[in-house]
Design a protein around this ligand. Structure first.
Ligand code: BGC
Length: 680
């Protein structure tokens, strides 16, 4: 213990030998650390790093935000690829794109000199009002899980750690440092935990970030049940946990240590030397407790290659053409065509002479904000950013004239929506309006009178109220925050170079009070506590079961072509035990354009001993079909897909009886229906 080594001796220590088994390297290094060094390793420094232990050649382990690209520092001196926001990536319903995104961003993390990306953010989108809805993927646990697993696998394919955040029930920004999310075990099991669990069990996530809030009265960073019992003991997590930045503020040192919090960020507070030494000397935790936490951190340090020759690690790259192209592809595939009366879209470049382009978001440039005003920690600073207007200018150059007077134009495009200012789609506080700012509503209404051929292009990251104007506007597209290539992607969709194929991953309610979290003040925003009274009835589970018509349902998104659904085949009428059911369906592109469709499979438990949602997503496939082409697609279902969490028995159960299998192009556009019986 506490020996000093020459450089040569250090190189010959067992933990430096990368031919040695991982766990042996970890144990060897752990055994050489003094208690004080272990305390030192438990806290961060300079915002993004762990402290080095020079004596043993332990370099700082560096972690950077965030979910839409790597941001190597706070002020943007170092540029990186700005990818579309997570809600846009999710709206592609393409797990391969999530994998590719993860891989690309990890290459940028490596090149930026870090070892971990503080992403993906996979909190369930419980309310449209959460300031961070744009940073998260969806309201649905199954879709959330599939996309989260793919993203983590992509990131870690480059030996960069993913940091899955914010564990858990951090579903609002209001009072985020103090509020307690009061949530039932059933809702945790069916809605909030599945994606987190899957990133451990299916993607071997190397790190989890704890939440700011309390869960059922206990802060995430000191929550023994959530960390030690579920994440580590039950799920088999081998990585380490890190507090959200300053999330330990109101916690207690020994409780965090014993719960399994390995690393306190960004600086030493509860884990400072004085607190740690005192708690240790008073016997409030043991060296075994701290060893367990540090062992996990060291394990990930080895996994990312912190002790290995850099030449042996995957190569990093940043701001490459490939990454920028991928950013555009995700933006294109995530754009959702919400409405398209009389096929106003796509625009025909040869038939239009004058195109009016107006609206507050016409020149929106996200990467010009700063962390405090630009949406928060997920902000990125790209080397360039194509605004909507620039995208259209590039597309239309020499072909048509872009003007700003709708009355003189053949067609008008209004770029409306939100931005990352406080009170909009931004971290730190929730949205302060559900609709568009009033001047935008006015603009839309006036414009449509001047020019009936008006298209509204929305740029925002969460559902908004459109009741006031939606019926007057023939075409509306939701483009989210589409990253640095957004302008090009939008132009490609408007002019039909890309056929839209994105689908909503969150229900757009007609009015906020229709939304399950908004039935009373206690359900949102709460005070000291926020009560998840809706239980498992989150998103479309609520709208469908309670028969409330949404503005646009979960899974909705139109195309410039049409698809027919035929020949639903279910290979068995009855299944039991672990039987696997095969479901197939023929999809044909019956329109004139090539395009992609997201085919969705929902199940419905026809009769159940406790209330279940009318529909639950259990499968989806995104397929490409040329005009006229047909493809048969297959789904597999097993008893897990039919089961629910029974709070009386405290376990997942599947009950015998009939289950409907519903295949559709959205949660409210079910095209085919079949049935299977589960025999115990
Ligand atoms: C956010 C995290 C982020 C961290 C570091 C926190 O405020 O909640 O998502 O990774 O800051 O910037």
């Amino acid at each position: 213990m506490n020996e000093t080594y020459s450089e040569e001796q250090l190189q010959n220590l067992p933990f430096m030998n990368n031919n040695l088994e991982l766990e042996k390297r970890v144990e060897d290094l752990l055994s050489r650390l003094t208690l004080e060094e272990k305390f030192k390793l438990s806290t961060g420094r300079l915002m993004w790093h762990t402290k080095p232990i020079k004596r043993l050649g332990i370099k700082p382990f560096t972690m950077y935000d965030g979910p839409h690209g790597v941001r190597p520092d706070s002020m943007g001196e170092i540029k990186s690829t700005y990818f579309p926001s997570a809600i846009c990536r999710a709206a592609t319903w393409d797990s391969k794109l999530s994998y590719e995104f993860g891989k690309a961003v990890a290459e940028e993390v490596r090149e930026a000199g870090a070892h971990m990306l503080l992403a993906p953010g996979i909190n369930i989108q419980r309310t449209p009002m959460n300031g961070r809805t744009f940073e998260y993927q969806t309201e649905d646990p199954y879709l959330n899980k599939v996309l989260a697993v793919a993203t983590v696998k992509g990131i870690q394919s480059q030996k960069i750690a993913a940091c899955v955040k914010h564990y858990i029930c951090n579903n609002q920004e209001t009072n985020r440092f103090k509020v307690s999310s009061e949530v039932s075990e059933r809702a945790l099991q069916e809605i909030y935990l599945p994606a987190f669990k899957a990133t451990v069990q299916e993607a071997d996530a190397w790190s989890f970030m704890t939440c700011y809030n309390k869960v059922n009265g206990i802060y995430g960073s000191e929550n023994h049940n959530l960390l030690r019992e579920r994440l580590m003991d039950k799920w088999g997590f081998r990585g380490f946990t890190v507090s959200d930045w300053n999330a330990t503020a109101y916690t207690n040192t020994e409780k965090c240590v014993k719960a399994g919090l390995s690393l306190e960020m960004p600086t030493a507070k509860k884990y400072n030397k004085r607190n740690m030494t005192k708690a240790f000397n008073e016997g409030k935790f043991t060296e075994d407790d701290i060893n367990e936490n540090i062992r996990r951190l060291l394990r990930v340090m080895f996994l990312v290659g912190l002790f290995d020759d850099e030449k042996t690690l995957p190569k990093g790259s940043i701001n490459t053409f490939e990454h920028q192209t991928l950013a555009r592809k995700i933006a294109e595939e995530g754009i959702v065509l919400l409405k398209n009366d009389e096929d106003l879209l796509p625009l025909n470049i040869d038939e239009i002479q004058k195109l009016a382009v107006i609206g507050p978001n016409v020149n929106l440039r996200i990467g010009e904000g700063d962390i405090l005003s630009g949406g928060g920690s997920s902000i990125n600073y790209p080397p360039y950013e194509i605004t909507p207007l620039e995208g259209l200018r590039q597309k239309c150059k020499g072909k048509l004239e872009i003007i700003d007077k709708p009355s003189e134009a053949d067609r008008t495009i209004i770029f409306a929506g939100l931005n990352h200012d406080h009170g909009m789609d931004a971290e730190g506080e929730d949205k302060n309006i559900f609709g568009l700012p009033l001047e935008q509503v006015k603009l839309i209404k006036e414009t449509i009178q001047e020019n009936p051929y008006t298209i509204v292009v929305l740029i925002n990251g969460s559902p908004i109220d459109m009741d006031d104007w939606i019926d007057r506007v023939p075409s509306v597209i939701e483009t989210w925050y589409g990253g640095m290539e957004a302008g090009k992607a939008i132009a490609n969709v408007l002019f039909g170079d890309v056929n839209p194929s994105g689908k909503l991953t969150i229900t757009f309610p007609r009015k906020l009070s229709d939304s399950p979290a908004h039935t009373s003040k206690r359900t949102y925003p709460g005070n000291d506590k926020v009560f998840y009274d809706e239980g498992i009835f989150v998103g479309y589970r609520h709208f469908d079961t309670k028969n409330i018509e949404p503005l646009f349902p979960f899974g909705h998104g139109l195309s410039y072509t049409t698809f027919t659904y035929e020949n639903l085949t279910i290979d068995q009428e009855k299944i039991r035990g672990d039987d696997v059911l095969k479901v197939s369906v023929d999809i044909t592109n019956t329109g004139k354009k090539n395009g992609k469709e997201v085919v969705q499979l929902y199940i419905q438990d026809v009769q159940s001993s406790i209330e279940r949602p009318l529909k639950e997503l259990k499968g989806f496939k995104k397929i490409y079909l040329n005009s006229g082409q047909m493809k048969t697609i297959m789904f597999e279902l097993n008893k897990d897909d039919l089961s629910f969490y029974n709070p009386i028995e405290n376990s997942w159960v599947v009950e015998k009886g009939a289950f409907k299998i519903l295949i559709g192009s959205s949660s409210r556009d079910i095209q085919l229906e079949g049935e299977v019986e589960y025999l115990e």
